[in-house]
Design a protein around this ligand. Structure first.
Ligand SMILES: [Zn+2]
Length: 168
């Protein structure tokens, strides 16, 4: 999945979670969701984050391959523990959720993800789309439309805008 699809589908999932729970859809929460939803592709040098990782991405890919360790639920669990131990901020919560959303989104691609690395190298998937194909584009536009719908219906954009002062 391309980075803009990850951002939009993760924001949609993040908005859905915020609408169903006491979590507030603030600027720092959404910043956390976006950054968390981009970070797992640090193992792909050609990805959006990979191109901005100052060479770190090549090292990660050399060591583990693309969609290796960074796309494992077990690794996510470790990161989630450390991050939530360090901070209970909305940014940290958004980050942990965004990272999880990325794994779920890639799980729906034909390439799949090694959910239980390092215990298992097997890639799990429900193959709905192939990266960059028409189905991914449709997911992107549908997620965008749903995000606008939920954001408006649940008053999330207003909440987001109001929070901006405290984020700066
Ligand atoms: Zn990925």
């Amino acid at each position: 999945m391309r980075y803009h699809s990850h951002i939009v589908t993760s924001l949609l999932l993040g908005a859905t979670v915020a609408a169903q729970t006491p979590l507030s859809f603030t600027a720092s929460y959404t910043a956390g969701v976006v950054i968390g939803s981009l970070l797992p592709d640090i193992d792909e040098p050609k990805s959006y984050v990979g191109r901005r990782s100052f060479g770190m991405s090549n090292k990660v890919k050399e060591a583990f391959g693309h969609r290796g360790m960074t796309h494992s639920l077990l690794v996510w669990g470790m990161i989630a523990l450390v991050v939530t131990w360090e901070s209970s901020s909305l940014f940290a919560t958004g980050f942990v959720l965004g990272y999880l959303f990325h794994i779920i989104e890639d799980f729906l691609s034909v390439q799949g993800v090694p959910l239980f690395w390092p215990l298992q190298a097997k890639r799990y998937k429900i193959p709905l789309y192939r990266t960059g194909n028409i189905v991914e584009m449709m997911i992107f536009y549908a997620a965008f439309a749903l995000l606008v719908y939920i954001g408006t219906k649940e008053n999330l954009f207003y909440e987001w805008w109001k929070s901006f002062g405290s984020f700066m």
